[in-house]
Design a protein around this ligand. Structure first.
Ligand code: ATP
Length: 729
């Protein structure tokens, strides 16, 4: 099969590619660059104040700029950008695509048949909003804040943006010795590629000057030695004089070397605008630094301009500065970053107060970059508010998606992603069609949502690499479905390993699921990390109150337990005469730390345990459950049901109660299907029906709860009545 399969649909013309971008891909041509600059020699140009062109784009932007406006005719939309790949439609895609065709109609033998687009922006899958914003922001030179889960493409998009920026704006930055003030080196900018020529010209000049001096020196030394030989009485004096002459020449030679400028930003060989990743950078690496000089005077010192080191903000001039986990930068650094964003230039000074570098401060160095700040939600909360304001005021904010709707087009793109990862790695064998199908199935499973695919590409890429490595270690030509299945077992996350280890240890102590019922003890379920289910037993005990009823929960889960009990107490108040203010409710999450319990997904577990303890009715120990409880008794959807069900099956449970709304999200592996019965419930009454053993007494709380039918959630009344949040917890 020809290597021309394109996975985009409909096929788009490669000529859609904007002129800017076409230019951006052209290699920089030094000769034509020189022509553009006219006939002036580099040294004539040298010393021109380069155009630190930061004014026009950022002139009073708040007045002019409406971030929400989409009416900029110049803006290329995602569709306009399209794909830059040639298309041969007849071969690759089935016209009629069956719903269960995991390849989305793609006719391939292996990923070798799939062509990967060159530009990063064309490789991005999903994240349409973020991609659209990146394209707009590149055109308008606006900053962007991207918030979302790790591995969903934040840095990929930032890199993609740098490829969209015009290359002709790039500059080289040179730092010169300042004869008037050695501690304030001069800064000059020149068009990219020119810096190298200037340095070469300076070096050549210095070399010639040194050569002339050397010749002069050796002539003088020869004269002195000749004179000394002719008058033997002064031979010692002659040698001494020759030595002094040599030293003087050497000393003054250093001066001419010192005149060579220091090129701190060299964009001469860049094929795209710079992309600087300053994640976790300390102040010096981010803002620039001046090295310490142990010989600060006496002729041995290094001139200050030679000790200047650029920061990422300077390297990113006219390009993109990407900072992930922005909140980890200390406050002072964030403030300085803000100044740099505002001014478009920032002097370099020594960052360590005790270093001689601290005495040096250069003239302002251009740093007209586009900032892409990234992180998760915590990053946004903890970042300097003024910095956030600045980014917001001058740009866009976007939340990265975690999943995308599963369509044939998307499946084809996922197949392309695998081809992409194989090509990027360079050593992995390509994947057969059924191996691709298995990975797409895994992407479905990992999404945790019906008809969706996960956008957590980093972990998916990890799976591709492990599977490919397995095939490579056996010298096979292709990576097969079996390799992918094996890789799934091998590439377990730390959380998954911990969860499995936990289950094993519980087996050792025979703490696994036992047949029969126990009052007040319920098998809850939780997720550790992204994809590891764990069984989490909850125990409840009711005791007479000792001075006002209270909820007493062990460990760090107190808050969650209190909330769950408050929700169930509303139901208890409504359906029974029990006065909870006369009782102490003790809740224990057995053998766990805080990790593993997400949101209030254990609230039906806590409620069932409390009701069982209150009514003295045993809970079936072969049942496990997950679900969030509303104050009206509805069971609301939660996240990670697939992983939770698998954990229950592994632990030996026979039945798993899940929220009815989550039924569509279940994608458990075949091996677990036989092991557990999945019981969707929409209200607490249905939960108790399955979990409690034996018939409730007439008119008891459990009996009365039977009057709850259906779910307010199903009837669309949630929000107004219950005030519950329908989104998964
Ligand atoms: N939307 C996407 N489309 C295609 N590939 C993607 C996408 N998102 C991530 N990837 C792949 O996953 C890798 C990691 O993504 P990236 O570094 O951009 O994630 P991130 O969101 O910046 O994560 P982190 O915050 O942990 O740095 C990329 O190099 C790319 O191979």
């Amino acid at each position: 099969m020809s290597k021309d399969t394109n996975v985009d649909d409909p096929p788009e013309d490669a000529s859609d590619d904007g002129p800017d971008n076409e230019q951006a891909r052209q290699p920089r041509d030094g000769a034509s660059e020189s022509k553009r600059q006219g006939e002036r020699s580099p040294l004539e140009e040298d010393g021109d104040r380069g155009d630190v062109d930061d004014g026009d784009e950022f002139d009073d932007p708040i007045d002019e700029f409406e971030p929400d406006s989409t009416e900029d005719d110049d803006i290329e939309t995602v569709d306009d950008l399209g794909s830059s790949v040639e298309v041969d439609p007849g071969v690759e895609v089935d016209e009629e695509i069956a719903e269960d065709d995991l390849l989305g109609g793609l006719k391939i033998d292996s990923t070798e048949d799939i062509e990967v687009p060159d530009r990063l922006v064309d490789q991005v899958i999903g994240q349409d909003e973020a991609r659209d914003i990146i394209i707009k922001a590149a055109k308008q030179r606006r900053h962007v804040m991207m918030i979302g889960s790790p591995g969903t493409g934040k840095s990929m998009l930032a890199k993609a943006m740098s490829q969209l920026l015009p290359q002709e704006d790039l500059q080289d930055v040179l730092v010169y010795h300042n004869p008037d003030d050695g501690n304030e080196p001069k800064v000059r900018t020149v068009p990219a590629g020119k810096g190298e020529q200037i340095i070469d010209a300076h070096k050549e000049e210095a070399r010639k000057r040194n050569q002339m001096r050397s010749i002069l020196m050796w002539i003088i030394i020869a004269i002195i030695i000749g004179y000394a030989i002719l008058s033997p009485a002064s031979i010692l004096l002659g040698i001494l004089a020759a030595g002094i002459v040599w030293l003087i020449f050497r000393y003054t030679n250093r001066g001419s070397d010192a005149m060579v400028p220091n090129m701190i930003v060299n964009n001469g060989d860049k094929r795209t605008a710079p992309f600087e990743d300053a994640t976790g950078a300390h102040a010096g690496a981010l803002l620039g630094d001046v090295r310490h000089d142990p010989f600060q005077s006496g002729g041995m010192e290094t001139p200050s301009h030679d000790r200047v080191e650029p920061g990422s903000i300077h390297q990113a001039n006219k390009g993109v500065l990407f900072v992930d986990e922005i909140n980890t930068l200390d406050v002072r650094t964030q403030q300085k970053l803000m100044t740099a964003i505002q001014e478009g230039e920032f002097s370099i000074t020594g960052q360590s107060e005790r270093s001689s570098g601290a005495m040096v401060q250069t003239e302002p160095v251009p740093c007209d970059f586009i900032m892409i700040a990234a992180g998760n939600l915590d990053a946004m909360e903890n970042m300097h508010p003024a910095l956030r304001n600045r980014i917001k005021g001058y740009g866009y904010e976007v939340y990265m998606e975690d999943t995308i709707e599963d369509t044939p087009e998307m499946r084809r793109k996922y197949a392309r992603f695998i081809a992409q990862e194989v090509e990027r790695d360079g050593r992995l064998p390509h994947f057969t069609a059924d191996a691709v199908e298995e990975l797409i199935l895994e992407a479905k499973r990992r999404s945790g949502r019906k008809n969706h695919l996960t956008l957590h590409f980093r972990t998916l890429g990890g799976l591709v690499r492990v599977a490919g490595d397995i095939a490579r270690s056996e010298d096979r030509e292709f990576t097969t479905r079996e390799d992918v299945l094996q890789a799934k077992g091998r590439s377990r996350s730390i959380e998954q390993q911990l969860a499995d280890d936990y289950i094993e240890r519980r087996k050792d102590y025979e703490l696994q699921v036992a047949e029969g019922g126990v009052e007040g003890r319920v098998n809850g379920l939780a997720v550790m990390g992204e994809d590891s289910g764990i069984m989490l037993p909850v125990m409840a005990e009711i005791a007479p109150a000792q001075g006002g009823g209270q909820v007493i929960a062990t460990g760090q889960l107190k808050e969650m337990a209190e909330e769950s009990v408050q929700n169930v107490s509303a139901i208890i108040k409504k359906f029974s005469d029990v006065d909870l203010s006369e009782k102490d409710i003790h809740i224990q999450f057995v053998q766990t730390g805080q990790q593993g319990v997400d949101g209030d997904s254990a609230s039906i577990t806590v409620a069932t345990a409390v009701i069982s303890a209150l009514e003295d009715i045993p809970v079936d120990q072969t049942v496990a459950m997950t679900g969030s409880l509303s104050v009206r008794g509805d069971v609301l959807p939660v996240g990670g049901v697939t992983h939770k069900i698998e954990a229950a099956a592994k632990a030996g449970c026979k039945k798993v109660i899940i929220p009815a709304a989550n039924e569509q999200d279940v994608m458990i592996e075949e091996e677990y299907e036989e092991m557990v019965e999945i019981i969707p419930c929409s209200n607490i009454s249905e939960v108790l029906d399955v979990a409690l053993m034996g018939e409730p007494k007439k008119d008891s709380l459990v009996d009365r709860l039977k009057s709850i039918t259906g779910s307010a959630f199903d009837q669309g009344t949630v929000g107004s009545a219950g005030g519950s949040n329908p989104s998964p917890q």
